[in-house]
Design a protein around this ligand. Sequence first.
Ligand SMILES: Cc1ncc(COP(=O)(O)O)c(C=O)c1O
Length: 491
Amino acid sequence: MKRTSVTFNLNEPLIFERSGPAKTAYTLPPLDVEDVPVEEILESKYLRQEVQGFPEVSEVELIRHYTRLSTWNYHIDLGMYPLGSCSMKYNPKLNERVARISNIALTHPLQEEQHSQGNLEILFKLQEALKELTAMDAVSLQPAGGAQAEFTGILMIRACHLSRQGDPRKFVLIPDSAHGTNPASAVLAGYEVISIPSNQEGRIDVQELAEKMTEEVACLMLTNPNTMGIFETQIEEIAQIVHQKGGLIYMDGANFNALMGYARPGEMGIDVLHLNLHKTFSTPHGGGGPGSGPVACKKDLSRYLPVPRVEQEGGRYRLNSDEPASIGRVHAFYGNFGMAVRALCYILTCGREGLKELSGMAVLSANYVRRQLEEYYELPYDTPILHEVVFSDKRQNEKGVTTLDIAKRLIDYGFHPPTTYFPLIVPGALMIEPTESHSKEELDAFIEAMIAISREARDDPDSVTSAPTTAKLTRLDEVGAARSPHLRWRQ
Ligand SMILES: Cc1ncc(COP(=O)(O)O)c(C=O)c1O
């Protein structure tokens, strides 16, 4: 059965069309002190032409405008958001409450150390918690997201090779199942990328790795679990191959939601790692950001971490910028502080056992979806999965129905589509990551919708290829929207 999705009246006037000179949402009270001079706040010559002529509407129209806009969007507070490789989990409201406490939210980042001890303590405690969860020795909270964290980590690896042999080495090995940002980060840091193919199980081909691992290779960048949701079980052997040739291992740990409490990368031979707070640790993303991508490393590499570092000494917290080997700063101040507050709140609320339980639930949910849907959608790899499942459109394609059509049809059923056409190693990939946030009923509703779409694709393909029918706009020029967006209202 279809869920009711948000419906729109396309003929409804927009706020500019409701504007009228006699309408007012708010009026400043009259001056109550006689000798205060009345000045024009900003002379009109300073106002740009295009920002003049704002709509004049009443308070209720203004409120309805923003409330209406908020209903045109899909969000995690509305329903399941199964975007693979994004861990779109629920963002608990407690995190938001804590982040808004005025002592926390209103501190100026340039405030003296002795006046921001509480804030530094939050950062320090989060670093310690992440060290404990990952078994790494040092953490920086500076990077603003996963991709920037990868860039930071690869710069640290480069600095390490430079200090050891005076040579940064030339190549970075990256499996073809890695997240797309990995090769971009390696190239930005000055490396050439060598791709390692996946084997029939969807894991890195260890034989190929051994052949391609030379003394010119700076590191292997490994997403684990990879973008197929598959755990790299041969990680210890992989680490040995790379280390034997003097290389290092960078682990893209953005998928840590699958491992938390069960496995610690520091015990698998990983040298540098990043986590995405906005995935695993429930801080908002997808328009609600900003993100945060802490970098963690082993002791030998800690001197290359960005500065300033948050440290504790004699019961006091301090910022230390005195590290000549550091790669420097990668973010203003100490990173996106508000995200660190939310993540620490999440960790403390869940506790060690709670985090483990959530990871287990995320894996269980993905496996439940896989088991229920494998009869209807093609599964490119039969290998057991952790937090996400990748199907393809192979069966539906026989009737001319593609992944894009299935994704669009899900909108009609009231769900946000999964990630599409990624990872690239699966043609027509449909990548579903349910996370631990949903009840069995919600998962079942999603599964029912997916099954209904597979039946429609078989019996009535037009109903799928013409979707969505309930959305405000139907098929968009997505490339055009990204390359030349129109961000201003036009008459
Ligand atoms: C496995 C993996 N690595 C890296 C990233 C990049 O992170 P960000 O989008 O924060 O730059 C993501 C993002 O979802 C990811 O899933």
